[in-house]
Ligand binder design. Structure first.
Ligand SMILES: Nc1nc2c(c(=O)[nH]1)N[C@H]1C(S)=C(S)[C@@H](COP(=O)(O)OP(=O)(O)OC[C@H]3O[C@@H](n4cnc5c(=O)[nH]c(N)nc54)[C@H](O)[C@@H]3O)O[C@H]1N2
Ligand SMILES: Nc1nc2c(c(=O)[nH]1)N[C@H]1C(S)=C(S)[C@@H](COP(=O)(O)OP(=O)(O)OC[C@H]3O[C@@H](n4cnc5c(=O)[nH]c(N)nc54)[C@H](O)[C@@H]3O)O[C@H]1N2
Ligand SMILES: [Mo]
Length: 751
């Protein structure tokens, strides 16, 4: 395909795969050499083109190691949102009659700064809270953390990554000494003989990544663990791999049994365990009780399948001469109150197989949001400073305060993790104001009514967004900000690769960047330090602040990333070097020689199964599992505004097994009532034999009466603070003609 001279190379606005895109202004593409002249097409593994339609730019897939030119449906249609009919283009302030009224930036910013200053003067800085997002660029994530700590002086900042990556992060930090989702390039998967995917539905959540599984599938080595026969589980089943279909919330038992089998059958990599790890004995003791037949009683996976999976992984591992094996976890196993323990068990399994640190093998967590990786490194987390430094570490405080030009003693300490923070809003002694940047909490937080009540109780809710999300519509002040194709910055992909997001078009008049918003507020609040609005300068400051930290970006700059975009090879850590020395090449693969733990060894952490907080009981005898569909993204604030995606999947349906449907006496399309300890809602049924008969599945991309988070549990993991989105107990009933509901008889055989 010919390149248009005005094309901009950038990456997709959605998930952490960050597929490479080329954007061409729609008017420029009238030129017959430009892509818009081509009809929409999609070539397997090749370029995808979307005609402009109403969008101001034409989107093409661009060749890159991760997406190889491919995009998913969301990627191709991403430009539609630039001109969403209800795009926010002026600040909105809630008027005396309760409606949101357009106003000028001066008025809106004066109002916000005035209220923040007043609340802070009355109740101290912690009375103002901040909620960030894993979709923000590195520059914005960094500046938001600084804004909270320096301009507001509050400890109360956390972000939606708490809902996403916090369990994987906590487990990786304690076992491997560092939290980089994939400590290896995604393309490494192609080399392996086996890939074990636990609770990750890559075929729908990162479709172009599936190309990297082709070779392992051809070798019959794909193993998927999911209570549903997801599109990804289908890929395993279709290729002589394995689909293990456990009872929801019991993956820890599956993993303990796999370790048990490896140790008892002499399949462990004893040399690696001896040389590179510590903690084996405790793990051996814990797993001793989980022989396959006992595990089967709890997790429902037949003992023979557990043995087959363990042997397949062992045969693929380097110690038995295999090409290599990977263990990967996704939200299906992490969004649990034992998510950290489950990821620890997955890492234990990888260590027993001798995988981490060997080329062509490893453990990784599949990061979710566009900048889910960078978003957790630069200081939006309640306990963190830039460079993945800890806020309670005196040396870290001194270093970062030095970069910020403030006294370390003025920096606040640890704040509350997301759910605790949300629960404290508007309560006695809790925050009275909240600023939201990049999250649609009303839809995506668990036990949503409670969150809605807390947000309503605030004195001041300020939401920055580019569309009127459900949460924005609840705000006192809404500030319209730039989106992906309108801004410069960087994103860090699921593999720790630092990518350039580039501006292709001017934002609509009235829209501002968040960097500008924070600079304006900082000035009005009389904040110390400098508040750059140029992403290039903010990145340079971020690089200095991260210098010497775990996530070291010290040797990176926009200039370097722009120098040879085709290479795109910069993976952190990438420290600065002394003048005159060759620049650091970046670190595609970690753990080759040692682990960044105090002993240099990886730590096996002994964990055991507890089970879901909200487990089955006679009045709630079915498991409710939540997750995603291909066409929609997260809270749906973006994708529900893209007509082709909204038409493809207009609303949620509850996936029900034919046996359960028969028991209820319902057919496809019939509405059923779902009731949990938190709430009740009615949804149409989609009958499917892909789900276990004792489980139902609902996607979470809608709000209001269609929002499944009315039902989900807000129990959290004690280590990571991650909510148990994936599993709770539900009652499913049909509304009978007299209006009474008829419950499902308890499914006695589920346990
Ligand atoms: N289309 C689309 N793609 C996305 C996103 C999106 O919203 N839409 N979001 C992005 C983000 S932020 C994220 S975090 C990722 C998430 O990507 P994934 O982790 O792949 O997504 P989920 O659908 O949440 O969950 C994966 C699977 O977990 C299964 N599951 C549920 N309960 C259990 C359990 O107890 N055990 C096991 N083993 N599996 C279970 C579900 O059936 C589901 O198939 O996707 C990213 N990509
Ligand atoms: N039941 C259930 N609930 C879940 C999950 C689940 O599996 N099941 N998954 C959880 C997970 S993994 C995640 S990541 C969360 C995500 O859920 P949310 O935190 O709600 O994430 P998004 O829907 O991506 O919301 C981003 C919002 O910010 C806006 N936005 C995008 N980019 C920017 C920006 O640069 N600046 C600003 N100011 N705004 C921006 C978007 O328009 C949108 O309104 O949901 C969680 N909730
Ligand atoms: Mo996520």
């Amino acid at each position: 395909m010919s390149r248009s001279p005005v094309a901009t190379s950038t990456h997709c606005p959605y998930c952490a795969l960050q597929c490479a895109q080329r954007l061409t202004p729609a008017d420029a593409s009238c030129d017959s050499s430009a892509p818009a002249a081509t009809a929409a097409r999609r070539v397997a593994g090749g370029a995808a083109t979307q005609p402009a339609g109403d969008a101001p730019v034409v989107v093409e897939g661009r060749d890159f190691p991760t997406n190889r030119g491919g995009l998913c449906q969301k990627g191709w249609t991403s430009a539609t949102l630039l001109q969403a009919p209800d795009r926010l283009t002026a600040p909105l302030v809630r008027g005396p009659d309760g409606t949101l009224v357009p106003t000028s930036w001066e008025v809106a910013l004066d109002l916000v700064a005035g209220q923040l200053a007043r609340i802070r003067a009355e109740d101290g800085p912690d009375a103002v809270a901040v909620f960030g997002g894993g979709g923000l660029t590195n520059e914005k994530a960094y500046q938001l953390g600084k804004f909270a700590r320096v301009a507001l002086g509050t400890a109360n900042i956390d972000y939606n990554g708490r809902f996403c990556m916090s369990s994987a992060a906590a487990a990786a930090n304690r076992s491997l000494g560092i939290d980089r989702g994939l400590p290896f390039p995604l393309t490494d998967l192609s080399r392996a003989d086996a890939v074990l995917l636990l609770g990750s539905n890559l075929a729908e959540t990162m479709p172009p990544s599936v190309a990297h599984l082709a070779e392992v599938r051809a070798r019959g080595g794909l193993v998927v663990v999911d209570p549903r026969r997801s599109a990804t589980a289908e890929l395993a089943a279709d290729s002589q791999g394995l689909h293990l279909q456990p009872l929801p919330g019991t993956d820890l038992v599956v993993l303990l049994a796999l370790v048990h089998i490896l140790l008892s059958e002499g399949l462990a990599d004893t040399a690696y365990l001896e040389e590179r790890t510590e903690g084996l004995e405790d793990v051996r003791r814990r797993s001793a009780l989980w022989w396959p037949e006992r595990a089967e009683q709890v997790c429902g996976v037949p003992a023979d399948q557990l043995r087959a999976a363990a042997r397949l992984l062992a045969a693929a591992s380097p110690s038995s001469g295999g090409r290599g094996a990977f263990v990967l976890t996704g939200r299906g196993v992490e969004q649990s109150r034992q998510g950290t323990a489950t990821v620890s068990a997955a890492i234990n399994l990888a260590l027993v197989l001798g995988l981490p640190g060997r080329v062509g093998s490893g453990y990784g967590a599949v990061t979710g949001q566009g900048n889910g990786q960078g978003g957790r490194e630069h200081g939006q987390k309640c306990d963190q400073l830039p460079g993945y430094r800890m806020i309670d570490d005196p040396a870290a405080r001194t270093h970062v305060a030095g970069v910020w030009g403030v006294d370390p003693d003025t920096l606040p300490g640890k704040g509350k993790p997301a759910l605790e923070l949300l629960a404290s809003l508007g309560t006695h002694g809790g925050p009275r104001a909240l600023l939201v940047h990049g999250s649609n909490l009303l839809v995506s937080a668990p036990n949503a009514q409670l969150v809605a009540a807390r947000l309503r109780s605030l004195e001041l809710l300020v939401v920055c967004d580019f569309v009127p999300s459900e949460t924005a519509l609840l705000a006192d002040v809404v500030l319209p900000v730039t989106q992906w194709a309108e801004e410069e910055g960087t994103m860090t992909s699921l593999e720790g690769r630092i990518l350039r997001r580039r501006k292709a078009i001017e934002p609509p008049a009235g829209v501002r960047s968040e960097l500008w918003v924070w600079a304006q507020l900082a000035a009005r609040l009389g904040a110390a330090g400098t508040w750059d609005t140029d992403p290039r300068l903010v990145f340079d400051e971020l690089a200095r602040a991260s210098h010497g930290g775990r996530a070291d970006y010290g040797g990176v700059s926009h200039e370097r990333l722009d120098r040879d975009d085709a290479s795109a090879v910069v993976f952190w850590p990438c420290p600065a070097v002394a003048a005159g020395e060759p620049e650091h090449p970046g670190t595609p693969r970690l753990f080759g020689d040692s682990f960044p733990t105090p002993s240099g060894r990886a730590r096996l952490v002994a964990v055991d199964h507890v089970g879901p907080a909200d487990d089955l009981r006679p009045d709630a005898p079915i498991h409710l599992v939540t997750g995603r569909v291909l066409q929609h993204y997260q809270s749906g604030a973006q994708t529900r505004r893209v007509p082709s995606l909204a038409t493809a999947v207009p609303g949620p349906r509850v996936e029900v097994h034919p046996l359960l449907a028969a028991r209820l006496g319902v057919a496809d399309g019939r509405r059923v009532r779902l009731t949990t300890a938190r709430g009740s809602m009615v949804l149409p049924v989609r009958v499917s034999d892909a789900i276990r008969p004792d489980t139902v599945f609902v996607p979470f991309h809608w709000g209001g009466p269609e929002g499944v988070n009315q039902l989900t549990s807000d129990a959290t993991d004690p280590v990571s603070g991650m909510p148990e989105f994936k599993v709770c107990a539900v009652d499913v009933s049909v509304d009978s003609p007299d209006g009474a509901t008829r419950p499902v008889p308890a499914a006695g055989a589920t346990r």
